[in-house]
Design a binder for this molecule. Structure first.
Ligand code: NI
Length: 391
């Protein structure tokens, strides 16, 4: 089965909706117009709509034929980015400095396409939850939806996500079991030494010298503590201290970006950073304050669901176009929070066309409308597979 013919028949509608959302991008937690469009369309198709979850999130509930209590959650993100669009397209952003540069306009419409088809055909038995989430871009909208009771209000046996991939050929689908996207954490360090005259270093504790020691120790975490077959990044991206040539500063600050795949490696890196701060402070007689902030966790695909996603993808695009063991990437995704709560899988849907494959978050990026029916068909087929009719 390639893409559903009945979905291909309303490809023009999907394209029109996608371009309309593209022209009206909204930043995280401000997706009111988009949420309104989504809600209105779902209601038009007879789907029960719940609004204002995590501020601007929307959940549509559609029951199939029969009495099955099986449930499924399909998630799309709706937010845009603070980027000045440079595509020159006729449907380019009408909101200066805001842009759908990550294709969430396409994600929203692919899920709408599936909702329309499933509402018309209801060729499944169970309950589908269409989850339209706000604020994927740095706002952890998925987390806020969960905190506001997403999975209690809308029980989901499994939950599924999708993102477009500009560097993969259009019509391909890639996934992988296990850790697939990195956890991104941040550490903020303040070294409190003791200021002194530059000519009398023995009267002070120089926080730059201490920071230099700490910096070297941090570099050794990757080369000496982390298993060489694992991936991790510790990047000191800011290191600030000092105000004058003849003064030894009394404080220095550092900020560090830490990315890991394996949660155990993530814990190891955190422990080492903490131990280094304590040890270096003790060695030099100063204090080192550490604020460790957790960002999005590692996105971990569940094995069984990844198999199932790949099998469904093969039915839609053919086995030659499916990569079940794609490589992991150092980016991060807040769908990871949903996969911590429920089993499920995240897939990449290729959208690259030669000469037009600007990467995600690029000012000339655009979602490729050709793949709208592909994504919608994947969602539809996934529902019909997970919630099969018994009659
Ligand atoms: Ni994105």
């Amino acid at each position: 089965m390639p893409i559903y013919n009945s979905i291909a028949e309303f490809h023009e509608d999907l394209t029109e909706w996608r371009r309309d959302i593209h022209a009206h991008p909204e930043l995280r937690y401000e997706e009111t117009r988009t949420a309104e469009q989504v809600s209105r369309r779902l209601e038009d198709w007879g789907i029960e709509v719940h609004r204002d979850i995590a501020k601007t999130g929307v959940v549509g509930v559609l029951r199939g034929r029969g009495t099955s209590e099986l449930t499924i959650g399909l998630r799309a993100d709706m937010d845009a980015l603070p980027i000045l669009e440079q595509t020159g397209l006729p449907y380019k952003s009408t909101a200066e400095g805001k842009m759908h540069a990550c294709g969430h306009d396409g994600h929203t419409v692919m899920l709408l396409g599936a909702a329309r088809y499933l509402a018309e055909t209801r060729n499944f038995d169970g309950t589908v939850h269409f989850i339209f989430q706000p604020a994927e871009e740095g706002g952890a909208g998925a987390k806020m939806m969960i905190e506001e009771g997403l999975f209690e209000r809308f029980p989901c046996d499994t939950v599924w996500g999708m993102h477009n991939a500009p560097h993969h050929p259009a019509g391909t689908i890639t996934t992988r079991p296990g850790p697939s996207l990195a956890a991104a954490n941040k550490a903020f360090i303040t070294i409190r030494g003791r200021g002194a005259h530059a000519a009398r270093p023995h009267d002070g504790v120089d926080p730059i010298a201490v920071g230099f020691q700490l910096y070297q120790g941090l570099q050794l975490i990757i080369s000496r503590n982390v298993d060489p077959l694992q991936s991790a990044v510790v990047s000191v991206c800011e290191f600030n201290a000092g105000t004058a040539l003849n003064v030894i500063a009394d404080t220095a600050s550092m900020s560090i970006s830490i990315r890991t795949f394996d949660p155990d490696v993530g814990k190891l890196v955190e422990q080492r950073v903490r131990a280094l701060c304590e040890g270096v402070a003790a060695a030099h007689g100063c204090t080192i304050e550490l604020k460790y902030e957790e960002g999005y966790p590692t996105l971990i695909n569940h094995e069984r669901e990844t198999e199932l996603a790949a099998a469904v993808a093969e039915e839609v695009v053919g086995s030659a176009a499916v990569d079940r063991n794609g490589i992991a990437a150092m980016g991060s995704e807040d769908f990871a929070f949903m996969l911590q709560e429920r089993p499920g899988a995240f897939i990449w849907i290729g959208q690259g066309t030669e000469g037009k494959d600007f990467g995600l978050h690029h000012p000339r990026y655009d979602f490729n409308d050709e793949i709208l029916p592909v994504g919608a068909s994947y969602w539809a087929r996934l529902v019909e597979t997970c919630l099969p009719r018994k009659d």
